[in-house]
Ligand binder design. Structure first.
Ligand code: ATP
Ligand SMILES: Nc1nc2c(ncn2[C@@H]2O[C@H](COP(=O)(O)O)[C@@H](O)[C@H]2O)c(=O)[nH]1
Length: 188
């Protein structure tokens, strides 16, 4: 059986990565989602094991020592990491796996796995990104400003990616994301 493809989806906070990935997963059955581990506290409605594996910093550090992460990074005061075993399982089953990760992690994956396809998602402007984060209202002001400051560096790294999806109009972005995923799976 042909192994699946490793797909990294990255981009500034508030760009709409989770929204577009959710839509792609429901339309493209060959895709699987890598559930990350994090030390961040769950947001309202987030489910442990589905959205993230919510673990303590001590446990996260133990997982690092045990070499369980394909990559991990500190972002906005919390640790986030991709458990490698599940990713490999999906790839062996022939399913393509989406990693929704920030820039430092994306760079680590690209170094370790040059075959990974790198997809950058962004809103049409940073002002729009800010509006979306304000609308989502999941971060306090300090955390949001930190995310916006990080977003500047992330946008500057756009050229490091293989593909780009601009998330402006919702429907067009949904179609673009689904088409992009299908093309990647199909080897384009
Ligand atoms: N095309 C769009 N137009 C307007 N709002 C959007 C669009 N896409 C997503 N949103 C909204 O913007 C907010 C941020 O989206 P989402 O949570 O998917 O971003 P994200 O990139 O995954 O952010 P983070 O990295 O912080 O998790 C959400 O409230 C979402 O509903
Ligand atoms: N390097 C990694 N980054 C990850 C991982 N899982 C999620 N993320 C990224 O963190 C930020 C913040 O996420 P949020 O859920 O707190 O808004 C965002 O850019 C995610 O893509 C991971 O395993 N590794």
């Amino acid at each position: 059986m042909r192994r699946g493809r490793l797909i990294v989806v990255s981009g500034p906070s508030g760009a709409g990565k989770s929204t577009l990935i959710r839509q792609a997963l429901s339309e493209v059955p060959e895709l699987a989602y890598s559930v990350s581990a994090t030390t961040r506290k769950p947001r309202e409605g987030e489910v442990d094991g589905r959205d993230y594996l919510f673990i303590s910093r001590e446990e996260f550090e133990r997982w690092i020592e045990e070499g369980r992460f394909l990559e991990w990074a500190e972002y906005s005061g919390n640790l986030y990491g991709t458990p490698e075993e599940k990713v490999e399982e999906f790839l062996d089953e022939g399913r393509s796996v989406i990693l929704e990760i920030e820039l430092q992690g994306a760079r680590k994956v690209r170094e370790k796995r040059p075959d990974a396809v790198m997809v950058f998602v962004r809103a049409p402007s940073l002002e729009e990104t800010r509006k979306r984060l304000e609308g989502r209202a999941t971060e306090d002001t300090e955390a949001m400003e930190l995310r916006m400051a990080t977003a500047l560096g992330e946008v500057a790294a756009m050229d490091e990616f293989d593909r780009e999806v601009v998330n402006g109009d919702r429907e067009r972005a949904r179609e673009d994301m689904i088409r992009t995923m299908r093309e990647i799976i199909g080897g384009k």
